[in-house]
Design a protein. Sequence first.
Length: 145
Amino acid sequence: MDKFLEAAIDEAKKGMAEGGVPIGSVLVIDGRIVGRGHNKRVQNGSAVLHAEMDCLENAGRIKAADYRRATLYSTLSPCDMCSGAVLLYGIPKIVIGEHRTFCGPESYVKSRGVEVIVIDNQECHQLMQTFIENNPELWNEDIGE
């Protein structure tokens, strides 16, 4: 398995262990993880701390030229908010663990020139399936339903 997707899965498991939604993300530039994060909406009482947003926040301030060499890994297809951050900062590539559980605006992101790769990783899928079965209300809150 891709070591960067593994790092994102590790983040998702941290989130689950903390009582949150098991979604993880890492930002990679030049073959190095520069930011990592997991969904912290429950833990921090946050409206916006999806895994990708937490990852970008933890990466800190990055120059525009660096974002343009980055790849964002996420265990789940990024939502509208997180996809918007990808577009805003000009991140050219997203690697997604799975999108069977939830599929964000992938075609729109592709239409804006972002390369989108879906791995369809079974561990990512199983983490989400188990979470959704056990926490349907929390899941619906997380995706705005």
